[in-house]
Ligand binder design. Sequence first.
Ligand code: CLF
Ligand code: SF4
Length: 493
Amino acid sequence: MSAPMISLQGLSGTTVFDQSPARAKSGGCASSSCGSSAKPHEMDSAVWEKIKDHPCFSEEAHHYFARMHVAVAPACNIQCNYCNRKYDCANESRPGVVSERLTPDQALRKVIGVANEVPQLSVLGIAGPGDACYDWKNTKATFQRVAKEIADIKLCISTNGLALPDRVAELAEMNVDHVTITINMVDPRIGAKIYPWIFYDNRRYTGVEAATILHERQMSGLEMLTARGILTKINSVMIPGVNDEHLIEVNKWVKERGAFLHNVMPLISDPAHGTHYGLSGQRGPKAMELKALQDRLEGGAKLMRHCRQCRADAVGLLGEDRGQEFTLDRLPDKVTYDASKRETYRAVVARERGDRLAAKSAALGMVKTAGSGKSLLVAVATKGGGRINEHFGHAKEFQVYEASPKGISFVGHRKVEQYCLGGRAEDKSLDGVISTLEGVDIVLCARIGNCPEDRLKEGGIRATEAYGYDYIETAIGALYAAEFGSEPLAATA
Ligand code: CLF
Ligand code: SF4
């Protein structure tokens, strides 16, 4: 039986949950145990209510819901060696990207403008461009204005933690349910290699003394949030040779203090960004090094593996970037919130989501009974909705899943340069895609040409469009069963 073909296209702007095989053939290039994936039956219902529409706190939700950031908090109270103040806070966004600074009133106009056009919008985040808890006046004024106009939007904040203990009471009062703290160390001697200075209590501290204060404030802020039932996500930047091994200890500490998720992100280090690490040749980890560390962390604090290190003015589903459609000069001077598109979208998603959950459960059963101890790494081209609905040549990223007797887990994503641009395929980009997909066994996409399929094969990676428009887990379950000797599932649940 085929999965129902619900069209969300009219509601989702430029993001298309395209489920039509007919469309697929007509265009395009011719040539875990992850805690954030947990479902209602696997967790406390109050917690599920908090995360079910949050694309960062729930892997499952990130297939359907979008966040936006407003850059209202430029001031920062520490220096990180991976940050250049010319750009935005690299704790929660890619370095090298500068966003449009907004006043709280401008931010409100932008949020309403986006909410009227992007029905997937569920979360407003403030992630800088400096530190949201230090630049508190702007952060608070923005949250208050937005909450008054759009009562059901979730408020989310990201901070380095130094000023956090002073803000916890007000965060709770404003119903901010989701807080991210960047914690890169619990040993100040390691901290001194990451933070050259902090500014605290009207003076500047350096070295181990600075890192000790930062560490104590971070732990205290985390404990205070846990005590109030506010969900916390810990972001850690993986810096090879500096804190990579140490993040195992960090994971233990934050788990003990009630962190909901731990998100280990790769250091992005480029001399062009002018950061200390970029200029001194400190490298970031490779995709497989990051995955190996995340695998070692399984069993500790639950991991987030679907972070996209998005822009500080990001708008849209994780992995897509619609920020440039909503710059101030493109917004009307006066905007009035219209809830209708978001409400209709939610009703459609509720139905689609239930159907996908049933399909996933059937696929998991198949994988677990396949009788093989082996694992399969699968890269999926998707535009959202939990389906294989993107052409190979149009993909800007692949979502990576691992199937094993333990189940089917989302284990990360790999960003790539789009291979096919306007019908023209770039050989150089294809080389890059093949090298980025290192370690992957099979690529699933809605459409792929003979040429890239053959080139992938030469690189030891199989690719197929046979499961185009199916649910991701359904296809992986069928593949795994076919691969390891059990009866394959039907192509759709
Ligand atoms: Fe923004 Fe961060 Fe809130 Fe999400 S992002 S403040 S928790 S709404 Fe999400 Fe972007 Fe990763 Fe951040 S994908 S960088 S984890
Ligand atoms: Fe830069 Fe953010 Fe670190 Fe401040 S907290 S120095 S803005 S990366």
